[in-house]
Ligand binder design. Structure first.
Ligand code: ASP
Length: 364
């Protein structure tokens, strides 16, 4: 067990010695490596990365208020010599199993009354995995990780993804809606006029699932959870999991399981995750472009702002009707976010802080 005193001492030592996350990453790059199908080296999964000379201060951030709880689970892993990859998987599992929100099987269904889930995960060495249009599986994020680690592919969808999950030992959950989702669906059926949902905007007016709000039982109702973490060894990873837009067309997949749109990680630079109207994140290859903006020297917040401004230029006056938010973490542990509209917040956990941060936005 890595105790707190040891962590603080080690952190002080490495930071005092001026070791950056990028240096720490290269310091550990020689031991214990795997090679992925593209010949890119990575650490073996599930194993702690031991190299005390390379310890830096870990950080985890995640979208919306629910991120506070999710970060706790990730933090336990990060402070016990764990991989960022394990932290981001475990962290979002908390939200997936909360069954009272818009992530996981408790979420709102599509317009045919069926919950379909999307998720993806990416590590520090460009290994990535995703599932989309997946039904009846409690932890899509874990299936995404299996796709990454056990197949030569990046993404499996629908029935194929479900078959793969079962073959990997995941249980098929009953095909029933949660109480909250059943009530929302019945309400939606009264109108049931399909049109593209205006995620985060319309929902704030009470039509759908995406506005973070406190439920009568005190739990947070929220949408997609995206999480980014930097571990003690300077490795970044990210995860993203969602039920997508409530009452969406059957088969609709948003940005959240799409590597480069909903999530991107490049250990040389940083990582980014998106939330909001998925179609408009996909159009600008959102998360990967935020990482590129950081590579050009922008801070995480400035990089997120640059992409939000691009979405606004493309959407013109229609930008008023959509919400998109980007959240980024660079390989030195700096964080930032930016949204089209006010109301987006993210949860941060580091050695010194545990808090919710309200992101700046284009419109006020
Ligand atoms: N981006 C997700 C999607 O479009 C939804 C969200 O983040 O609220 O499916």
């Amino acid at each position: 067990m890595y105790n707190r005193r040891k962590f603080i001492r080690a952190t002080a030592f490495s930071l005092g010695a001026g070791l950056t996350a990028a240096q720490a990453a290269s310091a550990t790059a020689t031991s214990n490596t795997n090679t992925d199908i593209n010949g890119i080296e990575s650490k073996p999964s599930g194993q702690p990365l031991k190299n005390t000379a390379a310890i830096i201060s870990p950080v985890v951030i995640s979208t919306w208020d629910a991120g506070l709880e999710a970060n706790k689970a990730a933090w336990t892993i990060l402070t016990n010599e764990g991989r960022a990859l394990d932290a981001v998987e475990r962290g979002v599992m908390v939200t997936e199993e909360s069954l009272n929100c818009c992530v996981g099987l408790g979420a709102n269904p599509d317009r045919d009354g069926i919950v379909t889930l999307d998720a993806c995960i990416m590590d520090e060495a460009f290994n990535c995995g995703a599932v989309a249009f997946l039904e009846r599986i409690k932890h899509p994020i874990c299936v995404a990780r299996r796709v990454m680690e056990k197949t030569p592919h990046v993404m499996l969808v629908g029935e194929g993804a479900q078959q793969f999950a079962q073959a990997e030992g995941f249980t098929l959950e009953p095909k029933v809606l949660s109480k909250t989702a059943q009530a929302s669906y019945e309400e939606w059926l009264k109108r049931s006029n399909y049109r593209s949902p205006r995620i985060n905007i319309e929902n704030q007016k009470g039509h759908g699932p995406f506005a973070p709000a406190k439920l009568p039982n005190g739990e947070w109702n929220h949408d997609t959870i995206g999480m980014l973490a930097l571990d003690m060894f300077g490795h970044l990873s990210g995860s993203c999991t969602t039920s997508g837009a409530g009452f969406k067309m059957r088969g609709r997949v948003g940005d959240s399981p799409i590597i480069g749109a909903g999530l991107y990680v490049d250990n040389e630079v940083g990582a980014c995750v998106a939330t909001g109207q998925g179609e408009d994140v996909i159009r600008v290859a959102g998360a990967s472009m935020v990482v590129e903006a950081m590579r050009q020297g922008r801070s995480p917040e400035a990089a997120c702002q640059a992409l939000i401004e691009r979405v606004i230029r493309i959407k013109k006056e229609k930008a008023k009707d959509i919400q998109v938010a980007f959240l980024a973490l660079d390989n030195k542990g700096n964080t930032g976010a930016y949204a089209i509209h006010p109301g987006f917040s993210y949860a941060l956990r580091s050695a010194t802080e545990e808090k919710l941060i309200v992101a700046k936005s284009y419109f006020t």
